[in-house]
Each structure stands twice: as structure tokens, then as C-alpha cells.
Design a protein around this ligand. Sequence first.
Ligand code: FES
Ligand SMILES: [Fe+2]
Length: 392
Amino acid sequence: MRIEERQQRRGERLSELARTAAGTPMGDLLRRFWQPVAIAKHLAPGTAKPIRVFSEDLTLYRSASGNPHLVGARCAHRLTVLHTGWVDGEEIRCMYHGWTYDGTGQCTLRPAERDAARPNIKIAGYPLREYGGLIFAYLGPGDPPPFDLPRKPAFEGNGFHVVRRQVWPCNWLQLVENSLDALHVSFVHARGIEGRFVTNVSQVLPELEYFETDAGIRQVATRAADNVRVSDWTFPNNNHIVVPGPQTGGPWVDAGIWNVPIDDTHTQRMNIYAMPSQGREIDDALMAEWEDHENYTPADHHDELFYEHKYPADEHSDLTNAQDYVAQVGQGAIVDRENEILGRSDAGIAFLRKIYFRELELLREGKPAKTWRPLAESVALPTQHAAGPEHQ
Ligand code: FES
Ligand SMILES: [Fe+2]
């Protein structure tokens, strides 16, 4: 086979990992896991909103008593969008002619028709769980798996706890691959415009090691004997890292980051940031400060970042965030993997792809895929300044 042909085949194979609409192998794989789809506090009781995830349009609503529900985007009657309707108890009622649906998507009422019985009409409906300030959905077939993998003791303390959602205009896999690319920290965050990271991140290039765990991949980046970074990546699209906290010398922040496809060229980054409690007063003060950063999203500053080399003044989370954005969105809406040239430092990316291909193959053959489960013991992520931050 000619080199170009081989390269093209490789490109086609890799593009399978990027595509996530329903019916695609990767889309089907990702849907078998609980995925965060919205920020809980953005959904007020008695309201509905449209969301899009895995290229599927949906209606997210919350009953007055507080229960969230997720059903198809459109009414089955004449297909107007349901989020413009009314929440009625645990159900949602279409504003056009009043057809009503429960949280499973079952149509329960067609006011102008003569059938008193429940009509045999159903739109999509997916189970939800609220956890850590996020709403998770299970969009896969059959019964959902136990709600285990997203949970971490670090996200369940009673200290500083905030959440953030950002939409980036590129494919989800670019964001996930970056989380297994510890080398980028020495460049993206430590050269060019140097923020607070430069005091924490050594520019020394790390030696990288990757290990498959019960839950995903453990990444170890060693820059010196006292500068070993560990991150705990959870299958299929979550990373758990620690980053320096907002207070000099204070505790570090545990960050849980899920990169969830909206469609193949838009990704929502759903984040939990949590720190052990330092007393209610300090926790509250830090959370109040966070409000300045909660709504920051580099996509709002795209042209400044790309064409004016203008980065956020904040030297901490916003800068770091913007630097990552430039690197990953700069790869293109969907990176052309056919033309990439991987090196030794991309071992994590190769490792990740190998695991995805293995799991896809098992699914394709109808064989049982690996049962991913939470680690018996949480990974000892670095917490000392000397250890340097692990950053996505
Ligand atoms: S379109 Fe929804 S009730 Fe008619
Ligand atoms: Fe980064």
C-alpha cells in the first residue's frame, strides 16, 4: 500500500473517534456513560430550555418541585419545539395544541383528541442525576449504569465548590487529547505570556508515563524527583486534576473536567472546582470572588486571542483557560489527524486512542466492553507547591 493511501486510511480510522452523532460508533460508546449536560442552577424550577448534546436536540425542564427531566426537542404532533411550552407538574405541555409529555417522553394527553387513554406516542426521554452542581444524563440504551464513575470524594466536601460551563468551537476529542498531553503545560502555560503558572510550572520537559486503571488512565509526568505530576483520567471523557488555588500558599483546587460533545464541532467543557473547607467565611469569600470568573469564556474573546495576541489580565484561571483554548481551537474545528506527525511525547494520546479503538471493537463485535469502575483508592494527586500543578 502506498504511503499516501496508508495515511489516508489512518486518517479515516482516527476520524471515527471524533464523530459522535447517534449511530456513530464513538457516539454510541460515549452515550453508555453518564454525561454532564447542564449546570443545575441554570435550570430554575418550573422552567424549560433547549439543549444540544451528541448532535441531538433536547428539552431540559424542571418541575416546580425541583425534579429535572430531559425529553426530545420537539412535540410529536406538529413538531414545534417543546421548551416554549409550560411545565405542568412533572410534565411538559406543548404551547401549540397542548399535548403533554412526562419525563420519559411518553405523551400523556392530547386535549383535542377523543382518546381518553394514554396515547401510544413517545418522544425521546432520558434519565437524569444531579451531582456536584451539574445535571448528568444517560443517553444510552437500556438501563443506565450505576452513578459511580463521576463521583469523587474531592467533589463532595463542604468547602469551596463552584461549577462552570464553556462552549468551545471545536471537536470534543481535541479537548480530551489535551488532557493526556502533559507536555503542553511546559509551553502553552509557561512560555509566551507567563501567568502565575510560571511560578508553579517548571518549563523542564517532563518524562511521561501512562497506566491503564480500573477507571481510566493515570498520567505521570516527572520533571524532577520532587516534581512529579499525576492526573487521574476517567473513561471516557473526564479528567481529574489539581491546580494551584486562588490563595498563595493555600490549598489547591480539585478540578473535574468533562468534555462533552454538543455536536462534532462544538464541545461543552463542564467543570467542577472544589477545595477543602477553610471555614465558612473564607469559603464564601472565595466563592464570591469566583463570580468574576464564572462567566469568562475564551470564545467571547476569540478574535483578540487569535489575532491580537491579547490574553486576559487575570494571571490565573482565565489566562490558563484562554491559553488552552488557543492551542486546541487553533487545531481546527476537527483536527486533520491524517496529516499529524506524532512523536515520543504523544505517548498519552496514542495510549488513549488505543483504548478507544479496543472498546469500540468490543462494542462492534457485541462482546462485553470493559467494566470501568471507580478506583478503590483515590489517586494521590500532588498538593504541594513544590510538586507543581497538574493541568489539563
Ligand atoms: S405541535 Fe405540539 S400540540 Fe400541536
Ligand atoms: Fe492546559
